[in-house]
Design a protein around this ligand. Sequence first.
Ligand code: PSU
Ligand code: MN
Length: 311
Amino acid sequence: MPAPTPSAASPLSPEVRDALATGRPVVALESTIIAHGLPRPRNLAVAEELEALVRANGAVPATVAVLDGHAHVGLAKDQLERIAEDTSVRKLGHRDLAPALAAGATGATTVSATAFLAASAGIRVFATGGLGGVHRAWTDTQDESADLRLLARTRITVVCAGVKSILDVPATLQRLETLGVGVLGYGTEYFPGFYLASSGERVDWTVRTPEEVAAVMAAQDTLGGPGAALIVGNPVPEAEQLDPELHDRVLTEALAECRRQGIGGQAVTPFLLDHLQRHTGGASLEANLAAVRGNVALAARIAAADAAPAR
Ligand code: PSU
Ligand code: MN
C-alpha cells in the first residue's frame, strides 16, 4: 500500500479543495488565537470577521483546527462555532497533532500546527497575529515556542505583526536568523512589535507591495534548498497601537504575576495575553485585533499576487 500523502490526514473543505485545484488564492488562518487568545463571545465574531476579510481581499479562507481526531483545513460555520464556543478545546502545537488524531481529540492549532497542516495541504500563505518565540525567562525555563523550529522547515509565507511583545524580541530575531527563516518588514525598516507598530529592532529587508512579497516567494522556489518559511512583518497602524507606556507597565506586571503564580508550558502565552487584556481595559485586545485584521487582509493580497500568472 502506498504511503498516504501528508494531506490525506486533513479533510479539506469543499471550497478550499476547489480553490486549490483551480489555482485560486487561499489563506490559512490559525484557530488558537480564536480558542485561547481572545475572550468569548467576541472570539466567534472575530473568527467570522477574519474569514470575511480574506474573501473581501480576493482569497478563500482556510481556518485550521482538529475536530474529533481529524485535522480540518477550512471549517464550516458550525465547526468554527465549536472551536470558538467549546471551552474544552485543547491547544495543539505541531507535536500534539499525532496524539490528538489518535485520541480523537478536538483542539485549536497554534502557528506551528497550522503552518504544518496548511503547507501539507498545498497552501502557501498564512495569517496570524503574532508568532510565538523565545520567552524572556528563557535562561531559566528554556521556553521557546515550537513555532520557530517548525517555520525553519516549512515553505510557507506567514503574515504577522511580529512576535508577541511578551517575548524576548531580539533573542527571537536571533533564533530566526540562526534557523534561516527569512524576515521582511512590510512598509517598514523595523520589525513590528505586535501591540506596537515597532519593536525597535531593525529588519534587513523591506518590501512595500504584495507583488514584491510574491517575488520573494518565487525566488525562494527558484533557489530551492531547505523549505524555510518567509515571515512578513506587517505593523499595526500607529493610530491603532497600544500606548507604549501602558504596554510596558502592564507587561512588567503580567510577567511578574506569571512567575508568582508559577504558570508554565502551554499556559504561559494565554495567561499573559489575558492579563494584558484585563489590565489595559481591553486596549491590548483592540490593538491585537487591529494587527490581525491588517495581517489577514495583506495575506489575501499576497496570496492573490502569488496566484497571478507570470509576473
Ligand atoms: N497570535 C495572537 N494570539 C495568539 C497566538 C498568536 O495574536 O493566541 C497563539 C499562536 O497560536 C501561537 C501561540 O502559535 O500563541 C504560541 O504559543 P506558545 O508560546 O505556547 O508556543
Ligand atoms: Mn511555550
